[in-house]
Design a protein around this ligand. Sequence first.
Ligand code: ATP
Ligand code: MG
Length: 340
Amino acid sequence: DTEREQKMKLCVISGDGIGREVVPQAVRVLHRLLPALQTVTADAGWDTFRQQGTALPAATLAAARDCGAVLFGAVSSPAYPVVGYRSPIVQLRRELGCHANVRPTLSLPGSGAAEGIDLLIVRENTEDLYVGEEQSDGDTATAIKRITRAASRRVAETAFRLAQDGGRRRVTIVHKANIMPLTDGLFRDAARDVAAAYPQIAVDELLVDTAALKLAQAPQGFDVLLAPNLYGDILSDLAAAFGGGLGVAASLNLGSEAAIAEPVHGSAPDIAGRGIANPVAALLSLALLLRHWWAQPALAASLEQAVRRTLADGIATPDLGGDASTAAFCDAVLVRLDLD
Ligand code: ATP
Ligand code: MG
């Protein structure tokens, strides 16, 4: 499929801080898997805001749209409100219509994670309490929780398709429909409707509080979790606690026109500039892009396998107790990719 590969383009946005260290290294590894990949680099973030007066220049948005696939490193945000500053990743997800946020949690060797965890949280990314419609008269404050059938179906469709593409067996719908029968009930019913089209994938449901308890007790028991925005936000951070920390937490923002691979970590100014940031989160985010956007499951699996082997061989950056640099870790991943 070289022809297909020749059309593949990646918009590379390093951003600020350690984004500038992990992104070029992760892209170097990706080039080994996809030699014909075209990359276009683009600016975003706090430094960009200071230089160009916007954190997401129009040229960056255009490049991202054109490529469809984006790797977004990390950006710093000002510690105080700055006039005109808007978070570029929030804007980019919205502009590109990335309606689902996908976060895997894996047991990686040497990361301190328990054995046997391999779960995927698929979170609705556009509505729920995040619509930002709050009102207050000073004594009573109200927030709108908006759930639509269309957005619920769309994210459920994504969850079941990902489950199918990833060879997974079960999707668990998370809600609190006993307390919110109209909103969460609609989410659940829409998800159940979509499930009917995937008879080979088992479906069950859990109230969000029970889901949190079970996740904390036995994360190995989960496969795909499908959740509305707020519950998905909370459960994915809970799940990340089992997965070896921010240095390894990967995510993919997925829509029908574009996908943004995004390591979960921020710009980590405390370690930036020293070449020791962990590139695993960026590498595993690219693996998600390979599997779910470019439809290259075999390449995704070899990348994940090479990362696993590297860690299993005791090679790690300082956040995981090792002494490898970002570049040395990626060199080791490349060596293990070539073994395949
Ligand atoms: P920001 O404001 O950009 O989010 P932050 O100070 O909150 O920056 P994060 O990136 O969110 O930093 O990470 C919190 C801490 O976790 C960092 O201080 C850093 O020590 C550690 N950390 C995060 N990502 C990595 C990584 N890829 N490699 C090593 N350590 C990391
Ligand atoms: Mg942070």
